[in-house]
Design a protein around this ligand. Structure first.
Ligand code: ADP
Ligand code: MG
Length: 532
């Protein structure tokens, strides 16, 4: 069967052997260390200035906004202080047009509007109280702090963070492209739009989703050692882990508390091996990269994450459809078609459109173990306008999709295994027999069947980990991780603010020190936003 033979050949191209995994890990560790030593290497290894993880006793009500690559999530989190939390949540798809809009205002306005709707729907009393105060104050900007909700802003793009709520966008990823935002402080962009809507919200912390995931995992399951790594496998992929301060050889420009001897590092591993020293590269990977908005970068991500897996599969399918000797989704196969009807693919099928094949259907393919692949065949029909696909078509689709998914999971193990080895925890007697905790989040790892099992299988093959080491690596979904993590970091930010004197306190202090008794009362209302 021509199609079956060709499928086998393609599947083999996506094979990523145990030996490949080990070569990958060695190079990952090399590039990880390079990123700790200097700026400008392929893995950015961004210091976060977060030097401690939570222990589950934290309390309070916080807002969180998560701008992912696909969805915008707004939520409020009540931390109960006993490792538990209550979360209220809303989700909206980010309109494609805003991802490539002329200016970033449209995008940040959209976020602020979603925050407004959320507060009015779920925290109306808070909102109304705030409005009432504003209306009864002589100066509308003069209200004090108590009505303000602190917000943790999860912004999952590379930023140069210079403070807990200040960070300049380095570049867009995941298909976003709004040039005027590059180099701007994304917290200020959001705060400006929030202020225009007069919302009682302060953008208190800028959070990468990986850091949020690490925090959330540590809050909900604080073992003796806390979590080591927070990792995302959603639209994109990235990880943040706890590094020893002594291993960070490049300069740390911000202020931080060094008492723990550790700091959370945002690896930006999506850009691991942009130079392609070791990453597997098929002609399909090359084609996808050339047609992306950022050729040559995020090369690891382009082989691993949800945004790209479907596109790799689509590019493979297009090449099969162009090969007339193969007859994919073509009537010639309907002699073998137990559905006994004509097989066709509509010209408007997503298979013919860039980004037209969502990775979600790969999960359907991997999950369908029915003898006639009935579920997948129905999905091909409803999602991709392939009418009456034959059994052979569905088998080919499934085999190629699974090969791409399996390669992604095994590549993920390169990153996770590399971080575990870097931590030295497997051989540290202080952690003997302790689990090594990894929190993960993202639709791919959550929904793709056996993604974590395939990762684990590859971890076992890594020199220095092995079966026994892999047993100790506990990879758990950090459910609602980005929301809870952002809330926790907003809490840290609030504590930092409380440690620093407010503008009023500073002025009072200065006045008493200088004994300027005749200066008169300091009017709260004249103190600008600094106190808020
Ligand atoms: P975000 O990255 O915006 O936080 P998600 O974690 O939900 O959002 O990831 C969305 C990505 O996951 C999309 O690229 C989508 O194609 C992919 N995805 C969604 N559902 C599935 C699924 N069932 N199987 C595989 N991939 C999926
Ligand atoms: Mg996400």
């Amino acid at each position: 069967m021509a199609l079956a033979t060709e499928t086998k050949r393609l599947v083999a191209q996506f094979e990523y052997t145990d030996e490949d995994v080990n070569i990958g890990v060695k190079e990952f560790l090399r590039q990880l260390d390079e990123g700790l030593s200097k700026n400008g290497s392929s893995m950015s290894q961004i210091p976060t200035y977060v030097t401690a993880v939570p222990n589950g006793t934290e309390k309070g009500l916080y807002l969180a906004v998560d701008l992912g690559g696909t969805n915008l999530r707004v939520c409020s989190v009540r931390l109960n202080g006993d490792n538990s939390f209550n979360l209220t949540y809303s989700k909206a798809a980010i309109p494609k047009a805003l991802m490539v809009a002329k200016t970033s205002r449209e995008l940040f306005q959209f976020i602020a509007q979603n925050i407004e709707t959320f507060i009015k729907t779920h925290h109306y009393d808070h909102y109304e109280h705030h409005i009432r105060r504003r209306e009864t104050m002589s100066n509308p900007e003069g209200y004090r702090d108590e009505a303000i909700l602190r917000l943790g802003f999860t912004f999952s793009f590379p930023v140069r963070q210079v403070g807990i709520n200040k960070g300049y966008l380095i570049r867009w990823t995941k298909g976003f492209d709004i040039p005027d935002a590059i180099g701007k402080d994304v917290c200020a962009l959001l705060q400006d739009e929030i202020n225009l809507l007069h919302l009682p919200v302060k953008v208190a912390a800028l959070v990468n989703d990986t850091v949020g995931t690490l925090m959330a995992r540590s809050y909900t399951s604080p073992g003796k050692t806390g979590a080591l790594l927070g990792a995302i496998f959603g639209t994109g992929t990235n990880g943040a882990y706890i590094e020893k301060l002594s291993s960070i050889k490049k300069e740390l420009e911000g202020v931080y508390d060094d008492s723990t001897g550790e700091m959370v590092i945002n690896t930006e591993w999506g850009s691991f091996d942009n130079q392609l020293n070791v990453l597997p590269t098929t002609t399909f990977d090359v084609k996808l990269d050339l047609e992306s908005v950022n050729p040559g970068i995020q090369m690891f991500e382009k082989r691993v994450s949800g945004m790209f897996l479907g596109e790799i599969l689509r590019v493979v399918l297009v090449s099969l459809l162009q090969d007339k000797s193969v007859q994919l989704f073509h009537d010639d196969n309907s002699s073998h078609n137990d559905w006994k009807s004509t097989t066709t693919i509509a010209p408007e099928s997503g298979i013919f459109k860039k980004w037209g094949l969502d990775s979600a259907i790969m999960s359907v393919a991997a999950l369908d173990n029915t003898p006639d692949l009935g579920t997948l065949r129905q999905e091909l029909d409803s999602q991709l306008d392939v009418y009456s696909p034959s059994m052979e078509d569905a088998q080919a689709f499934k085999a190629i999709a699974c090969a791409i998914g399996r390669r992604a999971a095994r590549l993920s193990a390169v990153a996770v295994g590399g971080i575990v080895l870097q931590s030295g925890k497997l051989t540290d007697p202080a952690y003997a027999d302790q689990p090594i905790d990894v929190g993960v989040d993202g639709s791919l790892v959550e929904h793709y069947p056996h993604f974590r099992t395939m990762m684990h299988d590859a971890l076992k093959a890594i020199d220095g980990i092995g079966e026994a080491g892999a047993e100790r690596i506990r990879i758990g979904i950090a459910k609602d991780g980005s929301g809870v993590g952002a809330a926790l970091i907003a809490l840290v930010a609030q504590r930092m603010e409380e440690k620093q004197p407010t503008a009023i306190e500073s002025m009072q202090q200065v006045r008493s020190e200088l004994s300027l008794k005749n200066l008169g009362a300091i009017d709260e209302a004249v103190v600008p936003d600094a106190a808020v």
